[in-house]
Design a protein around this ligand. Structure first.
Ligand code: GLU
Length: 529
């Protein structure tokens, strides 16, 4: 075994693949976009390669995360490459949003369109020169050919196949054109695309998640287009060329791409390059076993962010559906980033589809809130977040100075509330409004309680702030009610109204604890003065 290679990788611990001795082949690298191949042999280089055609959703997040963890746990490199060659589907701003969501999730790339890197650019639309250059190699060695079929002819083929109950498939007509015929078509200025000749002898490949996969692609598909008539490459071609020139060692991607992998491997072969190691990630299903759909708004990362879900809670939620980790059964613990890296093992990824358990998401978020609140270093960040939420929830109070938003109050409130909330957004729900907004003054005269409240106010003013604790306060209020012959439930009802302006909410003694002496007295005084 090569002593210079990365020990984990070379010892075969990385993946079940039988390719672990594979080396990067040397091949001609010219052109402005190309850099010298300098990465250490066996260095793990993985990429997340989204198309900016919409929002990042749970499936994409899982792919990005597994690639990131695989890189981190093998001292490798995680790359973000934007696959935007389908200009008709590219949505302006989607790339930036994707990057922002990844950053939010803590999935940080070492090479990407913003940071750049040694094998950039990292956006396919900026690499067109490379694809043009590379496709010539395939044309020259006879693995690709010009196709002049018109859209009309292709449509006819499709219709005919449908009529006969067959799956539509290009009939590879232009594969057989002679050089002269091709010249003639060019002379006539005919529109063309470039297709790749699929091999009719299928070869299996070893998927590190699914094992040996054999798929006779030429049986179900005609020769695929690799360069479209607009000069842009198709996904398959650009993806293979980039994975090669970016020296990607492992491709971990959704199982929906598994059918394309034989095609990609054929392309590698046609170029004379070694393919990377492939591993496909199983489908993520809803709790009821149905497929997640991109159209389902709630699987967008943006929706989780808006709901107040913390990144680590979301990551732990999504990994519960597919395995890949040493340790407890799925969905048990909330792992930190370090633990995720330490526990990740590509060999543990399951090949069966995994179900999400929505109730776990809020449970994880609750745990994460408690974790964050425990560490003082996070307080500034939490205070900022909560202030923002409160100001957004009560815009009419923004400028009148009545919102209770001092830092100490925010942190004590959060610590008190962490067992009863699942997201920070819950802090501004109706039953907890009293935490931030003093209620309007209730009319206690109506219930003949002015004297009782006055008395209570006087007595409470004498009580040390330290005693404003739930247990102490409960027995004090019980004694007070008995002493003054006020039915306890009535006293509680009045106090609740005075302190929070609401009919329901946390127990009164707890409200007094969380409001503290000064705020409690202030709210009582407003009623009696
Ligand atoms: N651009 C593809 C996507 O949007 C990438 C597939 C792959 O990872 O090869 O998912």
């Amino acid at each position: 075994m090569d002593p210079t290679c990365d020990s984990k990788y070379a010892s075969g611990q990385v993946g079940r693949a039988r390719f672990y001795h594979r080396k990067f082949s040397s091949h001609g690298m010219t052109g402005s976009l190309l850099q010298r191949r300098f990465f250490k042999k066996y260095h793990v280089r993985v990429r997340f390669a989204p198309s900016p055609t919409g929002h990042l959703h749970l499936g994409g997040l899982r792919t990005a995360l597994y690639n990131y963890l695989f890189a981190r746990s093998n001292n490798g490199t995680f790359i973000l490459r934007i696959e935007d060659t389908d200009q008709t589907r590219t949505i302006p701003g989607a790339m930036e949003k994707l990057q922002d969501d990844l950053l939010w999730a803590g999935i940080i790339s070492e090479e990407d369109p913003i940071r750049g890197g040694p094998v950039g650019p990292y956006k396919q639309s900026s690499r067109l020169e490379l694809y043009k250059e590379q496709v010539l190699k395939l044309l020259e060695n006879g693995s690709a050919y010009y196709c002049f079929c018109t859209e009309k002819r292709l449509e006819l083929l499709r219709k005919e196949a449908m009529k006969c109950g067959q799956v539509p498939k290009y009939d590879n007509r232009c594969r057989h054109f002679s050089k002269d015929e091709v010249k003639e078509m060019f002379r006539k200025n005919s529109t063309y695309c470039i297709r790749f000749k699929l091999s009719s002898t299928p070869e299996s490949f070893n998927d590190i998640v699914y094992g040996e996969i054999l798929h006779d692609i030429a049986k179900t598909e005609g020769d695929p287009i690799i360069i479209k008539s607009d000069g842009y490459p198709t996904y398959h071609f650009a993806n293979v060329v980039d994975d090669h020139f970016m020296e990607i060692s492992h491709v971990l991607r959704g199982v929906e791409w598994q059918v394309s992998t034989p095609k990609h491997i054929m392309l590698y072969k046609a170029f004379g390059w070694d393919p990377p190691i492939y591993g496909h990630l199983p489908l993520i299903l809803n709790a009821d076993g149905s497929k997640l759909s991109k159209r389902q708004g709630d699987i967008k990362i943006e929706s989780f962010r808006k709901q107040g879900i913390f990144p680590l809670a979301l990551l732990n939620y999504v990994i519960g559906a597919g395995g890949g980790f040493h340790g407890d059964k799925e969905y048990q613990n909330l792992y930190s980033y370090q633990e995720l890296i330490k526990r990740f093992d590509v060999n543990k990824i399951k090949s069966s589809s995994g179900k999400l358990m929505p109730e776990k998401l809020l449970e994880f978020n609750k745990l994460e809130i408690a974790n964050l609140a425990r560490n003082e270093k996070n307080h500034e960040f939490l205070i900022e977040k909560i202030k923002k939420l409160v100001l957004e929830a009560f815009p009419e109070r923004k400028n009148d100075g009545s919102l209770q938003l001092d830092d100490h109050h925010i942190i004590t409130t959060l610590k008190w509330a962490q067992n009863r909330i699942s997201t920070l957004n819950d802090l501004v729900k109706k039953d907890l409004t009293f935490l931030w907004v003093p209620p309007s003054v209730p009319n206690i005269e109506q219930v003949n309680c002015t004297d009782a409240i006055k008395l209570l106010n006087t007595e409470l003013a004498e009580i040390d702030a330290i005693n404003y604790q739930t247990c102490w306060m409960v027995s004090y209020l019980e004694d007070f009610a008995q002493k003054h012959r006020i039915p306890f439930p009535i006293l509680m009802k009045i106090l609740r109204s005075v302190l929070s302006g609401a009919k329901v909410g946390p127990p009164v003694a707890e409200m007094m604890e969380i409001l503290g002496k000064d705020r409690t007295l202030l709210r009582l005084q407003r009623c009696v003065s």
